[in-house]
Write a new protein. Structure first.
Length: 143
């Protein structure tokens, strides 16, 4: 059978389509569907991907900051590496409900690292905006 699965005999609607309704709209009073097969998993992937990207940018930014931005001391390099490791660890723990709050705190810590070097503040602001967007997408998808 190659076509869509049908409901009862004589019914030409695909299975799951509401009678007399638009198949793209949820039934009145029903939960809002995102269209994703597993929305929780998709949102976890978004959060984990954001944190992994942040860790990668932090590690790769050390040398350009040292060469162009001037004095990047050992404390600043240690802070960047610690934040990158924390981001990777949090990316692996996105199933935990507290991981989203910890990710938000991580963005604050990165902006606080701006006291060590101004470029870390700039990275912190950029990734805080990206994280805020990820939180917005999470709220829209999961409700």
């Amino acid at each position: 059978m190659t076509g869509p699965v049908r409901g009862t005999a004589g019914d030409d609607r695909p299975e799951g389509a509401a009678a007399g309704g638009d198949p793209g709209r949820p039934p009145a009073g029903g939960p809002r569907r995102s269209g994703l097969r597993n929305p929780e998993r998709a949102v976890r992937g978004l959060g984990a991907g954001t944190l992994i990207l942040e860790a990668l940018v932090l590690v790769l930014a050390i040398q350009p900051i040292r060469m162009v931005g001037g004095d990047l001391g050992g404390a600043a390099i240690g802070a960047v590496l610690a934040l990158a490791v924390a981001a990777v660890l949090l990316a692996g723990m996105m199933r935990r409900p507290w991981a989203w709050h910890a990710g938000t705190a991580l963005q604050g810590l990165l902006m606080l690292a701006g006291l060590l070097h101004w470029s870390l503040l700039a990275l912190g602001v950029v990734f805080a905006l990206v994280w805020a967007y990820a939180l917005h997408v999470r709220r829209v998808i999961l409700g």
